[in-house]
Design a protein around this ligand. Structure first.
Ligand SMILES: *Cc1c(COP(=O)(O)O)cnc(C)c1O
Length: 225
């Protein structure tokens, strides 16, 4: 079996094991394959092994790949930092944007979403590690932003996304996710059902705390250089 297909299978096995261990419903955790910096051939290998959802961080790189892969039935997710001069391209070329962290960006995505496409799925990125350098809104700002975004016409607010500071201890990995899920569940918005968190190094902790979409790059495609 080719390496990527083999790793994909291992990751699915890990996800299913974690679902069982932490009493999550079977198949409640989706796998987003993060293909940034990886060649189109790697995406095709994963696709041939049934992967359909791919995440990219860089707009230009993603557009080139999308062009080459036009004939493939891929759902494209944007997970990188958003510059406001890129919202038009994002609105036209992606199915999901996980990294919305301001009303301004959400408004632009909504007004720039082409009419012939269904509403753009978005997640609000939350900064759960209180690091100045990380993007995302603070938990305190989340309720207001969520209520303002919910009213926009051409986007569909699905949930939240987070990239915590790396931790190697399992209990410490779980902590910020626990706080985030509790805060989201306390909100009145019932459409917030996507919890986009968990990467190669903290997949199990993320599933233990309620992730519904883990974003996996390294464990699937190998190290990035
Ligand atoms: C690169 C990246 C990932 C994947 O990280 P790995 O550690 O390689 O699995 C997930 N989410 C975001 C936002 C990323 O930028």
């Amino acid at each position: 079996m080719p390496a990527i297909a083999h790793r994909l299978k291992q990751i699915h096995t890990q996800i299913h094991a974690a679902e069982q261990t932490y009493h999550r419903a079977p198949n409640s955790v989706q796998l987003l394959a993060v293909s940034k910096t990886k060649p189109v051939g790697a995406i095709i290998s994963a696709y041939q092994a049934s992967q359909r959802h791919f995440g990219e961080n860089y707009v230009q790189e993603a557009l080139l790949k999308q062009q080459e892969l036009g004939a493939f039935d891929i759902t494209w997710h944007f997970i990188g930092p958003i510059q406001s001069n890129k919202t038009k391209v994002l609105a036209a070329h992606f199915d999901w944007v996980h990294s919305v962290d301001s009303l301004k960006v959400a408004q632009r995505l909504s007004s720039q979403r082409p009419d012939f496409l269904s509403p753009l799925n978005i997640c609000v990125q939350v900064n759960i590690s209180d690091e100045d350098s990380k993007s995302g809104v603070n938990l305190e700002e989340l309720p207001d932003l969520i209520s303002q975004i919910s009213d926009l016409p051409n986007i569909k607010l699905r949930g939240v996304m987070a990239i915590p500071a790396p931790q190697h201890n399992f209990a410490l990995q779980r902590k910020p996710y626990q706080k985030l899920v509790a805060a989201v569940k306390a909100l009145p918005n019932e459409q917030l059902t996507t919890f986009s968190f968990g990467m190669s190094d903290d997949l199990e902790a993320a599933i233990a705390e309620g992730s519904t979409m883990v974003r996996i790059g390294t464990a699937l495609f190998g190290a990035r250089f």
